[in-house]
Design a protein around this ligand. Sequence first.
Ligand SMILES: [Ca+2]
Length: 244
Amino acid sequence: MKKLIVSAFICLFPVSVFAIAGFGLNVAYDQVIVNAGSDSKVSSITEVRILRNGFENGAGVGGFLYLDVIPYIDLEVDFQFVGNTYQFDFQNYLDSNVDGAFDDNEMVVNTGLTDFAWARGSVYYTVRTNLLDLSVPVLGGVDLQAGAGMNQHIGAPFMSLSLMESLLGEDLFEEFDEEEMANKILDYMQENSETVQGFHVQAGLQFKILVLTALLNVRYTIVEDLYPDISAFPSINLNIGLGI
Ligand SMILES: [Ca+2]
């Protein structure tokens, strides 16, 4: 009899009645391998080279908000800033003996390995649904969820000769000033950052204990022109916050 009453209680008061929305912090981890790259430009007796190291993975933080007011589905928005650091080397050569070859001893400017950063600012819009609901009213529980949606990103430019040109002007044989460059990079980003859009699918677990909620997702993002030479990547996302 007691069991029957509990069952009736669960039927009369599904969890969705108690959960309207949630919000909190998002922690994200991209699993990517960005390859090293290089670029060079020769003009008469000079050559400029950019050597860019690769990097693995990206990490970041953000926020999330979801609405649980529609039956069967939740609408979620995640905001993220995810990035990593890498190094580049900028070299200028002058063919001083005019033999048509640029030898090591003809290097006239060399920044040495210089730290640089890459980051994406992203918004993910996701429709998700519970595949398995192990929740108990009021107390909480665990939901197995799957979702899909669209995403938008603004990515920082990767170090390249064209970035260097816009930083130093057309004359790439000028002296290199790191401080001045940092300011110009911000200008460059404001003028050159383009928004790219993609799709994603995800699966995860949502834990609920009273008003606390934690969502652990594995997400697969399909987007071009964000990471170089990568058109899709997996990420792990942890959302921790309040469900009301
Ligand atoms: Ca030479």
